[in-house]
Design a protein around this ligand. Structure first.
Ligand code: NAG
Ligand code: NAG
Ligand code: NAG
Ligand code: NAG
Ligand code: NAG
Length: 355
């Protein structure tokens, strides 16, 4: 009897051991499962997404294009598999996702605001996305690659690049993006490739002048102003099809050096070393204001120099008078009275000479 019970126990134990891999693997993070389920539905339950279900175990089963690390979904790579539909609303629940490649499909509607927050690689190129780049991209500090080229994006590019210090490749070419380049482009300190060609972008491109770029293509837009000198050092540069001013950058604005260096001590090294390269309205505005200040300061310096001269004269006068009158025994108050009268006379003369 004992022997029989024991063998049944062994039987059950080995069954459990056999099943255990399945039990262990069936632990895909529930929020990842739910997020992929919603994505599957938004992509019209596309049959080419083999293995996908509205729920299940993406890491345990083999869902096409899904990669995991432990129980976490870290990559969804589905380029060129003929997907249509939209991206749904739950991508932001894919907290461990680092790679999202849905390029070369026919997904439409706007790029959702809710993107996976920890992506390093995001490729939406060659779909039918409309609208704009969502502002949530501004919080994706780990992003190194962003490709949204060949879509129908429109409107102006938001000021979304302030915190994207990892971004090294940005491609939004072949869209209908319009407006001026936002200032935060200048914060993309690790950017080496920038593709903005074939959009409707306008204004100057000076915000790009301090980037350390290897590839820059801004061709076929409506950019204007002067081409920054710094662009000369970019190995692969494409500028054609814009409205840039031709010829050299204009000379620096006329500079009136003040007669006395101690009075007006602004630092002009920067502006005289780098003449404005374009119609950067802000920069030229500032230069204009500085010129106005310089012009106004001229007469002021003249007047103060005049006063100094008068004071010097008065001082010399006083010293001489003192010498002369010290011999003569005269009351100090009388000397001071004479000096004061002379000083007033001098001031009146100075005032009239300015009329
Ligand atoms: C991903 O982002 C979320 C919120 O943005 C954060 O709490 C989490 O720690 C990140 N996860 C990883 C694996 O980086
Ligand atoms: C972005 O995607 C397009 C279309 O697939 C491709 O031609 C282009 O080379 C990509 N850009 C970068 C910077 O990889
Ligand atoms: C792109 O999407 C729009 C609707 O947003 C649709 O009218 C158009 O036909 C789509 N284009 C392609 C090439 O699928
Ligand atoms: C900058 O980009 C390079 C690759 O071009 C990468 O190796 C490096 O880690 C990046 N730096 C930061 C701060 O992300
Ligand atoms: C003057 O400006 C230049 C360039 O803008 C800078 O390198 C230098 O340190 C500045 N000097 C002073 C005294 O602020």
């Amino acid at each position: 009897m004992m022997g029989l019970h024991f063998s049944v126990f062994i039987e059950l134990l080995s069954l459990l051991l056999l099943l255990s891999p399945l039990i262990v693997l069936a632990t895909t993070d529930p929020s990842d499962v739910q997020a992929l389920g919603v994505l599957f539905g938004s992509l019209n339950n596309a049959p080419q997404l083999t293995g996908w279900k509205s729920s299940g175990d993406p890491c345990g089963e083999s869902w096409k294009g899904v990669s995991c690390e432990g129980s976490a979904v870290i990559a969804v790579q589905l380029p060129g598999v003929g997907l249509s539909g939209t991206l749904g609303y739950l991508l932001s629940d894919l907290l461990s996702l680092r790679t999202l490649d849905l390029s070369n499909n026919n997904i439409h509607d706007t790029i959702p605001y809710q993107l996976p927050p920890n992506l390093t690689y995001l490729n939406f190129a060659s779909n039918n996305f409309s609208g704009n780049l969502p502002f949530s991209i501004s919080t994706m500090a780990s992003l190194t690659y962003l490709n949204a080229s060949h879509n129908s994006l429109s409107q102006s590019i938001g000021d979304i690049f302030q915190n994207l210090q990892s971004l090294s490749e940005l491609d939004v070419s072949f869209n209908n993006l319009a407006g001026n380049l936002p200032d935060s482009f200048s914060s993309l300190s690790n950017l080496s490739s920038l593709f903005l060609q074939n959009n409707q972008l306008t204004g100057p491109v000076n915000v790009l002048s301090n980037l350390d770029l290897t590839n820059l293509n801004i061709a076929n837009n409506h950019f204007d102003g002067w081409i920054p000198q710094e662009f000369e050092s970019i190995p692969n540069l494409m500028l054609g099809g814009n409205s840039f001013n031709s010829g050299p950058a204009p000379p620096p604005p006329p500079y009136m050096s003040p007669p006395s260096s101690g009075v007006h001590n602004h630092n002009h090294t920067g502006s005289s070393a780098n003449p404005p390269h374009g119609q950067d309205s802000q920069a030229s505005h500032q230069n204009h204001d500085n010129d106005k200040k310089k012009l106004a300061i001229g007469p002021i310096i003249g007047i103060s120099l005049g006063s100094i001269l008068v004071a010097l004269c008065a001082l010399l006068f006083f010293i001489n008078f003192h010498k002369i009158f010290s011999r003569v025994k005269m009351k100090k108050s009388v000397i001071l009275r004479i000096l004061w009268d002379l000083f007033l006379l001098e001031q009146i003369k100075v005032l009239f000479s300015f009329q």
